[in-house]
Design a protein around this ligand. Sequence first.
Ligand SMILES: [Zn+2]
Length: 422
Amino acid sequence: MALTPRAEVTGNPGNINQEVARLAVLAEVRSAFAWLRAQEPQLAHWQMEVARIAAPPFGESARGAWLADKFRELGLDNVHTDDVGNVFGIHPGYGTSFVSLSAHLDTVFPAGTPLTIRQQGTRLYGPGVSDNGAGITAMLAIAALLQAVRIRHAMPFVFIGNVGEEGEGDLRGMRHIFSTPRWNESIVYSVVLDGAGSDTIVAEALGSRRFEVIVRGPGGHSWSDFGAPNPILVLARAIQAFAQTPVPIAPKTTFNIGVIRGGTSVNSIPESASMRVDIRSTSMAEMERLEGALRLAIDRAVEGESQATEARVPSQRRPFGLSSEIVAIGSRPAGELDPRARLLQVMRAVDAQLGNSAQIQRASTDANIPLSLGREAIAIGGGGIGGGAHTLQEWFDCSGRELGLKRVLLTMLTLAGVSGHA
Ligand SMILES: [Zn+2]
């Protein structure tokens, strides 16, 4: 099926509010809500179990295998894992267009991080327990619910545990899904579950570009080779120049030099030096402009250090063996959901129905990929409350999880369509 490149625009929120209100009182939806209420012990159990399986970037296969087993136990159809490790399971409906519900499998924690996960009262503690233990658990809760309570939804659901959301994973799981014709042509709505909470709707994708800049030179002894070009001085010149680049407040655009490395000892002219640069913006054009400014700053810094070398040691002649390299280590596209898109209207109507208030946010999530393609996508939390994300002190509190799950369920059902009467 060929999809229109832009998000669908309905412009009729009144009908959507009525539709959500009608679904919320259907007998099967009420029994689904009641069923969810009783599941917390099982959900906490799954959440701790999954958080104990290491899933560093590029090392999600054990966690993926666990999820595939759960998908099979929960009766999803056609459970399979693709070439990069994304895990799929289908809950059938009618037609060939899907609503996807996805949660990233990976964590920021490197292999070997002790995964000590414990429960104390309503709280779970440990690395990855919320990001993305809460999202994976919410996805399993919806799959389990559809096995326990019979609800016929029109469009089929595809459940996806995807790889590569965090850091240098660089959204590789989602990129692969949306570059696979089968899914690119069939997923109409993407609901991404990321972390805890019920109070946000990520409908705007924050783009980023990340680079490693490496400068190399001949090196030498600090005394006897004095004057030879110095890669650390090149970086210093480049940073000084790049940091002067003006950035607009709107569209918000930022840069950071996050890591700097180089040299071997205090009395050696370094043979190499490197830095890692992060550029972010809500605008693709601004990111491109800043990338251009970075490249220019590096080129000028190499030239500046070359001239300085000639001034320090007049007998030195080019070439000195000074070179620079810029390696892209991450690129996340920007994009945003049309405010009139059906998915956003459904989410708003669901929040109104459940008495929930949520803020539209801009962030970098798996939703960046479909949003950058003009598709309808949002990222929301899996309910409950979380904190300490990306630290060993991460926690999750299940208080309010039920609201988050109702929110996900009602959104999925409204998007897919459900017939029937209260
Ligand atoms: Zn996450």
